[in-house]
Write a protein that binds this ligand. Structure first.
Ligand code: SF4
Ligand code: SF4
Ligand code: SF4
Ligand code: FES
Length: 761
């Protein structure tokens, strides 16, 4: 928007507003109430509900304020008998075919139509004609639909198209018989549920929560999603110690993601109260014996005694301490403190898919926030697949292109879905992402044969970058080697120019990948693989929060069985607890206070929504209790804010942060990572040249576009607890009838399970 300021008069008061501002936004900003259904900020205009009417001087009729751009000297009236009469009439028309039975509607109590009717509706219905009637149905295992409640605002179709790029839901039929539906009668989409969230009525409904609770029964807790690194803000609705649903509805929460969530954030929460949660501490008294329930006191004493014996006999480095990118900063910080200050072992690490250490050690530009991505002028995406792995980032990229005319350059070995939005797709050979980074950093390097592209492709990328006026955002996925990460991090000075900012956006996989890096757990001298290789030899015991990823154990399947002692903190029994001598029940994100750091570097609050289930405890509390038993009092007095205070005092990027400063999710606080004007990455560049040298100069490219949901629907430890994910992972089969939930009609048997991919989450 322009920085030029113009004057408009609203209801007799004069205001200065930016030239080009939309009238409805200006009126609301200045606290004049404008009713609306179809207007939705940052979506294409629909202008169909005609609720947002205002009178503008010198214009003949009432005008829809959502379609009007402010001009200098404009005189506007938002309230008058004439306007109110028109608005009441519009509402009467909207209700002409709408059933007046809010008490049995699942949206009752938080429905925009219900509220608008209280504020603007007539007292009595004058239509006596028969209303249209359509039976309720399911559109997918997750999306339920009551078509007769639709007011055709088309927020759902626009969100599906503009945020998700899927266009899976559309209005069909004509005139009064128009209904929202799917192509072919069944939703074959990423099942994000954003159409449900933005629907102002009870037409599109959460099929997993429907008829389970009323909104006023739920305690709302604003917290951070525990799946990917985007860090969406959400409100967990709980009742009686049970998490009933997760929403991003703006009446409850207003974070970086607005009303957006993906399928995992919105629908995978049932793992929290799942019956398979580990209920008590468990001890295996002899190898190959059973895990036997024990009290916390017994378990902590047993672990402390065994760790003491092993370290006494074999030295400090015989104990490895492993954190997780899934648990809070507080939990990882206390684990790091346990490893370095109490045990003094150099064997510590975290089970992340890849380390971001080379990137952060060589930063020459700030991290791009999701807002920066939305307003970027050029986005260079090297590797990665944000639509599946960081869906909010995927949405920001799509909106930057669709609504902001950003240039998107996709460098990938596969034709990911974002290619449809790209100005340029650089289709490279599998595994040659490093060669692209080298080509970007060193014009003299001849990487085209390794990449399988033409020199002109690289030239076009360079030209798009050099023409950029505004922000250039460079993103990269886990395909890049450490050396390539270092080179990308140091590249900003050579790409910056007058009027062009360079911002960087890593795409790690997990909710606290950045945090586990910041807490120092990735700074140890040995990788997870090296520690597993040492199992049973130099390493005799391990203490791990969570589980190892399949890629860590690949080729080392027997490593854990070689240990003298393994302690695991977990929610569920896994392939790691199968080898554990002691299992300690950990609390989930919904049961603890703490923080996660997202891929913007925002340090965001995790808040306790329900008391810990069964006998679970917060990970950091377990570690602190163990430390006390080993004669070191960490002094946190059972307070996560005390842990965070120590984090802020010892980690420079978090300096000065306190929980009260992080309380406003609308205004997140970014960690202050060290950014240097220039970095010497000559060593990394040499190593990159050597790596690229070894890449083949011929080979086929991958032709297929990966299916929607191929990563999102994978069954992991947590999504395994949600039956709807099993149906989706098995190919989302259409049930015999759409009137009954598919959960009651389809059993995911061996035949359907074929092809289901299990992830290491
Ligand atoms: S669930 Fe998401 S992708 Fe599917 S129709 Fe709704 S908005 Fe579109
Ligand atoms: S289903 Fe909901 S969001 Fe979609 S057009 Fe109907 S009322 Fe609007
Ligand atoms: S995009 Fe990531 S952070 Fe947001 S809801 Fe999905 S998994 Fe959670
Ligand atoms: S909000 Fe303006 S026409 Fe619907």
């Amino acid at each position: 928007m322009s920085t030029e300021v113009i004057k408009v008069t609203i209801n007799g008061k004069e205001f200065e507003v930016p030239k080009g501002a939309r009238l409805i936004d200006v009126c609301r900003e200045k606290a004049f109430d404008i009713p609306s259904f179809c207007y939705y900020s940052d979506l294409a205009l629909q202008a169909s509900c005609r609720m947002c009417l205002v009178r503008i001087e010198k214009m003949p009729k009432l005008q829809t304020s959502c379609t009007i751009t402010c001009t200098d000297g404009m005189i506007v009236t938002t309230q008058s008998d004439e306007i109110e009469k028109a608005q009441r009439s519009m509402l009467e028309f909207l209700l002409a075919n709408h059933p007046l039975d809010c008490p049995v509607c699942d949206r009752g109590g938080e429905c925009e139509l219900q509220e608008m009717t209280f504020d603007w509706g007539g007292l009595e219905e004058r239509f006596t004609e028969k209303k249209n009637y359509y039976p309720e149905r399911y559109l997918s295992p997750i999306v339920a639909n009551d078509p007769q409640r639709c007011i055709l605002c088309k927020r759902c179709t626009r969100v599906c198209d503009e945020w998700m790029g899927e266009d899976a839901i559309e209005a069909g039929g004509r005139g009064a018989n128009t209904v929202i539906g799917t192509y072919g009668g069944w939703l074959d989409c990423s099942q994000c549920g954003n159409c449900i969230e933005v629907c102002p009525t009870g037409t599109l409904l959460d099929g997993t929560y429907r008829h389970q609770a009323r909104p006023w029964e739920l305690a709302q807790t604003i917290t951070t999603c525990s799946f990917c690194s985007d860090g969406c803000q959400m409100s967990l609705g709980s009742r009686g110690g049970e998490v009933m649903r997760a929403v991003a509805r703006d009446r409850y929460v207003n974070g970086i993601n607005g009303e957006f969530l993906c399928i995992k954030g919105r629908f995978a929460h049932p793992f929290v109260n799942h019956e398979d949660r580990i209920r008590t501490p468990l001890i295996r008294y002899k190898k190959d014996g059973k895990l036997i329930p024990a009290t916390w006191d017994e378990a902590i004493k047993h672990v402390a005694r065994r760790l003491d014996e092993i370290v006494d006999a074999n030295g400090r480095n015989s104990l490895a301490v492993i954190g997780s990118p899934r648990i809070t900063n507080e939990a990882n910080y206390v684990l790091h403190k346990f490893a370095t200050e109490l045990v003094g072992t150099e064997n510590y690490g975290a089970t992340d898919a890849f380390s971001l250490r080379p990137f952060f050690d060589n930063l020459t530009a700030p991290l791009a926030t999701h807002r920066d991505i939305r307003y970027a002028k050029t986005i260079l995406l090297i590797g990665g697949e944000p639509e599946e792995l960081q869906p909010l980032t995927g949405r920001q990229i799509r909106q930057a292109v669709r609504n902001g005319a950003a240039k998107l350059i996709v460098v990938n070995s596969r034709k990911i879905r974002l290619v449809e939005q790209a100005l340029q797709f650089v289709h490279i050979r599998p595994g040659s992402e490093d060669a692209f980074v080298l080509a970007l950093a060193d014009k003299g390097a001849d990487s085209t044969s390794k990449l399988g592209i033409e020199g002109a492709d690289l030239e076009a990328v360079r030209q798009a970058i050099s023409e950029t006026q505004g922000d250039l955002v460079i993103m990269f996925g886990g395909e890049l080697s450490g050396a390539a990460q270092a080179v990308i991090a140091a590249l900003a000075p050579s790409l910056r120019a007058d009027g062009r900012r360079v911002l960087l956006h890593p795409l790690p996989i997990y909710n606290n990948s950045l945090g586990v890096h910041d807490m120092g757990l990735m700074n140890g001298p040995h990788s997870i693989e090296q520690m597993l290789d040492g199992a049973g030899e130099s390493i005799r015991a391990m203490y791990i929060a969570g589980r190892f990823l399949p890629q860590h154990l690949r080729g080392r399947e027997d490593a854990l069985s070689k240990l003298d002692f393994l302690v695991v903190q977990e929610l569920f029994e896994t392939d790691t607890t199968a080898f554990a001598d002691v299992v300690l029940p950990a609390a989930s994100f919904a049961e603890v206070d703490g923080t996660f750091t997202n891929n913007d570097g925002f340090v965001q609050r995790v808040r306790q929504s329900i008391p810990p289930v069964h006998q679970a405890k917060a990970d950091w509390m377990i570690t602190a209790q163990l430390a006390t038993e080993l004669q070191m009092d960490f002094g946190f007095e059972m307070s996560s804010s005390a842990v965070f205070r120590e984090i802020s005092e010892s980690i420079p990027a978090y300096s000065g942060m306190r929980y009260p400063l992080l309380k406003d999710e609308t205004n997140p606080v970014q960690a202050r990572y060290a950014v240097a004007e220039k970095r010497d990455v000559s060593e990394a560049l040499n190593s990159l040249r050597q790596t690229v040298e070894t890449l083949p100069s011929e080979g086929d490219k991958l032709a297929v576009t990966p299916d929607v949901g191929h990563e999102l629907f994978k069954i992991g430890t947590l999504t395994d607890k949600v039956p709807q994910f099993h149906l989706l992972a098995a190919g989302n089969p259409r049930p015999e009838t759409v009137r009954v939930s598919p959960l009651y009609q389809i059993t995911v048997d061996a035949e359907l399970r074929n092809g289901v991919v299990v992830s290491g989450d």
